[in-house]
Design a protein around this ligand. Structure first.
Ligand SMILES: [Zn+2]
Length: 433
């Protein structure tokens, strides 16, 4: 079977394995089944996959596909097998049914990211059947636990089994290489060259506890609420990073928009639905997400806390911490719950050229541009090994599809033709890599 046919079957099979990651070890399931499925598909074509478990059931797969010249630096291709939960009652099809309807393959994980897992599997299987090798070694990983912070997947592999990544200098993975229509017969293909950092913080306020009927000007809830409101209302200044600047320059030129780098928001507002993604990469952000205080209606508690989900631009984490301290004031204590710095690489070199050439060969209207992801992926773990990471899981999408909304969304689905396009692009890319 040809890879462009098999990719549909493989993606469908993977979607039918419920790999919901709730973030809780007791209720997460399916990763082991999915890992065994993937390992079997790789072993069938003579590769030697290894299943690595970080905790019972939390399984990831690693395999090395030897290239023509194993002395060259290796390329990592990483995908994750887990998905976020889906509430079947909200969906128009069963989220784990793998249905094909209206030209789409539907299911939780269809774009995040069993589509890419299936593309990679289909391509590797075809290459092996045809006796073709990639130009250099390719390390394939299919990982657990991306959706709950990578602890039991990528982080475990990087920390406990780094020898699998020996010689790896570059990587491709999720959330890049997809198309965004910009009118006419042209499509931007957003290649991810940067990611914001994740800084989850807890704010703690202390005060004088007491009876709710008394006057209390040292109330922890009041102090916390004031600090949270200030943070939530604050707009951090625009910081132009090389990636976002390059994105805006490319897009302005393509769309014929005048770009004022002192006022990039005007340009961003003209680029359609992706404005939401790009807008979040112009500055550091801080969103209050949780509050905790008190235990009785008529008791003033001595302490109160709030969680703030902060996303910082590459290189901005320390500066941001100072800015946040200034906003909340000296009486609020800051505690980091989770801190991962942002990533950024340049949009150049042989690998980027291979991506661009592969996209243009399969879509003559392709306009590859670099962009920064406002979220995070497993790339953050591989970056710790000094690997240069890109988001490149190619998909050609219909002009009217709101792709961003499908991630973790209801009725997640991937165009069947997009999957097949992705396999062809990856094939060309890998030959040139
Ligand atoms: Zn993902």
């Amino acid at each position: 079977m040809d890879a462009t046919d098999e990719v549909i079957e493989l993606c469908r099979d993977l979607l039918r394995i419920d790999t919901t990651n709730t973030g809780d070890l007791d209720t997460s399931a399916g990763e082991r089944v999915a890992a065994e499925y993937v390992a079997e598909k790789l072993a069938e074509v003579g590769l030697q996959p290894e299943i690595l478990e970080s905790a019972p059931g939390r399984a990831s797969v690693v395999a090395r596909f030897e290239g023509e010249d194993p002395s060259r630096d290796a390329l990592l291709i990483h995908g994750h097998l887990d998905v976020v939960p889906a509430d079947a009652s909200e969906w128009s099809v069963h989220p784990f049914g793998g249905e094909i309807k209206d030209g789409y393959l539907w299911g939780r994980g269809a774009v995040d990211m069993k589509d890419f897992d299936a593309m990679v599997l289909a391509l590797v299987r075809q290459m092996r059947r045809e006796g073709r090798k990639p130009p250099r070694d390719v390390v394939l990983t299919f990982l657990a636990d991306e959706e709950a912070g990578s602890t039991y997947g990528a982080q475990f592999l990087v920390d406990e089994h780094p020898h699998h990544f020996e010689g790896v200098t570059e990587a491709i993975g999720e959330v890049g290489g997809f198309s965004v229509s910009v009118g006419g017969d042209q499509r931007l293909y957003l290649i991810e060259t940067a990611q914001k950092g994740i800084d989850w913080l807890r704010l703690h306020a202390k005060g004088r506890p007491g009876h709710g009927s008394m006057i209390n000007d040292d109330n922890a809830v009041t102090a916390l609420a004031e600090a949270v409101a200030r943070v939530g209302r604050h707009r951090f200044p625009i910081v132009m990073t090389p990636t976002v600047q390059a994105f805006l320059e490319h897009v302005s030129e393509i769309l014929g928009i005048e770009l004022d780098l002192d006022d990039p928001e005007t340009a961003v507002s003209k680029i359609g639905p992706i404005a939401m993604i790009i807008g979040a990469t112009l500055r550091n952000t801080a969103n209050p997400t949780r509050l905790a205080a008190g235990y009785k209606d008529n008791v003033i508690p001595g302490r109160a806390s709030a969680t703030i989900d902060c996303r910082t631009l590459p290189g901005q984490s320390e500066i941001f911490e100072q800015q946040l301290r200034d906003i909340v004031g000296p009486d609020i204590e800051l505690e980091y719950i989770h801190r991962q710095p942002g990533l950024e690489t340049t949009f150049d070199g042989a690998l980027v050229e291979a991506m661009s050439a592969a996209l243009k060969a399969e879509d003559p209207g392709a306009l590859p541009v670099p962009y920064m992801l406002s979220g995070g992926t497993d790339a953050k773990q591989f970056d710790k090994l000094g690997i240069r990471c890109f988001g490149f899981s190619p998909l050609r999408l219909p002009a009217d599809l709101n792709f961003g909304a499908l991630f973790h969304g209801i009725d997640e689905r991937v165009p069947v033709e997009g999957l097949q396009f992705g396999v062809r692009v990856l094939d060309r890319f890998l030959q040139q890599s």
